[in-house]
Design a protein around this ligand. Sequence first.
Ligand code: PAF
Length: 292
Amino acid sequence: MNANATMQIVRSVAELQNILNPRQREGRTVGFVPTMGFLHEGHLALAGQARREHDVVVMSIFVNPAQFGPGEDYEAYPRDEQRDAELAAAAGVDYLFIPSVEEMYPHDSSIRILPGTQAEQLCGASRPGHFDGVLKVLLKLFNIVDPDESYFGMKDAQQLAIIETFVRDFNLRTAINRVETVREEDGMAKSSRNVRLTEQERKEASAINRALASGKKSYYEGVPLSEIEKIVSSAIENHTSGTIDYVKALAYPSLDEDFSDADEVIIAAAVKFSSTRLIDNIIMSTIKDERK
Ligand code: PAF
């Protein structure tokens, strides 16, 4: 690890913009890792890659109220600033941006950023407005940090697909780097929400990844994608006490239900446990003759 003893915590937009001002950068490249904190190895993998690829590494920690709906876990979202700061410094972050809600949203802006059809599927269908809030905060963060490259994990594959489309369609300057999901030894995807599983649910949760992997295996054995959703759903139902929110196969990254032109397909799952909801996915190349 490139532990950074001089990591600076910045809380104001003006201060960060001043530090990262193009005149101050003197040609140094900036890698950016946006997070909501409660860091785990997934975030640290993003920071580690940014560290290897850029001169300056900026990480943000902001639990963004705009992407939580009424009754969702905004208040209960886990937070631990001191531990996060230690982990970020150990991962080589130079500037840790931790703004307050008032700092990020000082005006009750009536302007909305609306994602397109990609947001109607999967988490977008069960969390209306969620991706509007993600794009809102990211547009602000991209404008504040002006990164050369921003790093996102594949666990949030729908988020990543929407962000890639947003950046492409609106000519945002940042490049987007897709980083593989970091997993526990038993295959469960790392997530800040995993701490809210009971001991029993934690044991069961690895079944989600196993179910997705068995779906992929069946697909390459010739089972049509329409059947795969059922195979994955029953595997999750049989091995966990959770309730399935969705199990869906879609073209990736368009998130279209029609696979006919897709090179890649995603099988995505969301499962509700007693006090948290977990998501995971697997992305695979399509078998050209059997896309349907
Ligand atoms: O993936 C997350 O943690 C958040 O959605 C993000 C990208 C930091 C925006 O708040």
